[in-house]
Design a protein around this ligand. Sequence first.
Ligand SMILES: [Ca+2]
Ligand SMILES: [Ca+2]
Ligand SMILES: [Ca+2]
Ligand SMILES: [Ca+2]
Length: 572
Amino acid sequence: MRRVYLLIWKWLSLALLSAGAQTINDSRLIVETVVSGLTQPLMLVWLNPANPNDFLVIEKQTGDSLPKLGTVRRVTNGVVSAPLLTIPVSSMSWEHGLLGIELHPNFAQNGYVYLFYTEPFTTAGRENQNRATRIVRYRFNPSTNIFSGRQSIWTINLADNAYHFGGTMRFGPDGKLFFITGDHSRTDCITAHEYLETNWSTTRILGAGGIYRLNDDGSIPPDNPFASHPDASIRAMFAYGIRNGYGLEFDPLTGWLWDTENGVSNYDEINLVHPGFNSGWRKIMGPDSRNHTNPRMCNQVFSVNDLIMLPNAHYADPKFSWLRTIGVAGMGFIRSARFPADIRDSLVVGESNNNSIYRFPLNANRDGFDFSAFPELRDLVADTINERNLLRWGTGWGVVSEIKVGPDGYLYVVSHLAGKILRIRPVNPPEIIHGKVTLQGRNGLPLGVPLTLQLYTGSTLAQTITTTLDAYGKFSEQVNAPNTYTVKAKAGSYLSITIPNVAIAPQGFAYRELVFTVNGDINGDDVIDDADLLGVLFAFGSSDSAADLNNDGVVDDADLLTVLFNFGSTGG
Ligand SMILES: [Ca+2]
Ligand SMILES: [Ca+2]
Ligand SMILES: [Ca+2]
Ligand SMILES: [Ca+2]
């Protein structure tokens, strides 16, 4: 315990020393302070995907009396509101509090805001201790600033925990709610702490120590990797064998989930988390071949064969780890055309111990990192301080709890103990157009669907952008020159739509949500006619992707009816 407090004091002092000194080691980029003076901010969510200047931010633990309060505040054009919502939280260590916030993918329609927090006892004298860990959702009305209609989404019924709650939630491209939670301090090598999730028991279940996947109402999806297990807390699991973690993010270019995980004093990790992932904790930390062990892991060396493998589970080594822990924390992908090609779509990771942020270039398949420039890292381990600093992207950032692209395409970073939200942007940002596409009546993720944007000034075609949609249906592309455009957009086999008056100021951006409704243009000539009908008939019964208009894996009556229903339609 003493060591932990010493670490906290180290973090605090470093963060205070570092306040106001955030740097980025790329002369093309600058750092700006968006808001300061917050108390232990952890995460932010934008209320409108087109407006960077209006967001909710959570503060972890505030107030001088017990129980402490987690708060949700709104920041509008740099002005911080009074708390719009306060939630009593346990606070016996700095890992307690209001730990996560996430908006529903259809927030604009339903107003759902999800919060993750450690609930305190109400018993006198125990108000700093936690009774349970909860995910709840409210409806938030941006016009009135009122939170209402609280509902319970998920509860982890483990009390009296000091550490390892995780708390980051993300909606996946599949519309499911994912969250990461640690082992809730059930971390020592004693029989009472032997659980399935920590690879020590096939029968005792912790109900924590993993990544969980839920429907938006908290029910358990039937296609979860362990959906046939009798215990609901296992059915809800997507991954396990995780000591603790804060970084949780989907790579929009693959739809794959990544996390960061915290080791004891060795082997912090970055992992690619496929369904059923067992990260190995309490028997393996870091790459299996390193044979790392410590007292928390019973001072024994284990192998993959020693792990508790549920049906459909798999072990994989981390994609990267640090031999000496850095307190790895928030992570985010730079999915933004604002940034130069050599930077965009790489992964940025924050930490607690050295005030640095790190940037990881991904390999071509995006299933690992490209360390071609760093031979010392090809063993996927930063073994020394020098190796660690090869990937350092900036210094002075304090404890970084969140890294995400904002509605303006800039990279927002929450510096937890500095009490600041900062953003990283190019000195001379290019104009961009970005947005989100909906393909009505089509199954599956929109990942890889072609999108063409033709930018007209009057009747003159000024620029043609060809791209593909990411797993969320989003796109982000550079525009050659500021202007007001008429944009003709065409996605996959859908007929084109026209969006007038798309104004893009110098160094500015346009955000648009594009809804495509008329499907059936198999040959891409923007008219649905005999050629498309023949396209379906020739491919009938096959899995031909061009003619499988609803993307359900087979060309059949449904696709034929789509063409017939829309026959004669033209785009525009
Ligand atoms: Ca691992
Ligand atoms: Ca190395
Ligand atoms: Ca056609
Ligand atoms: Ca079909």
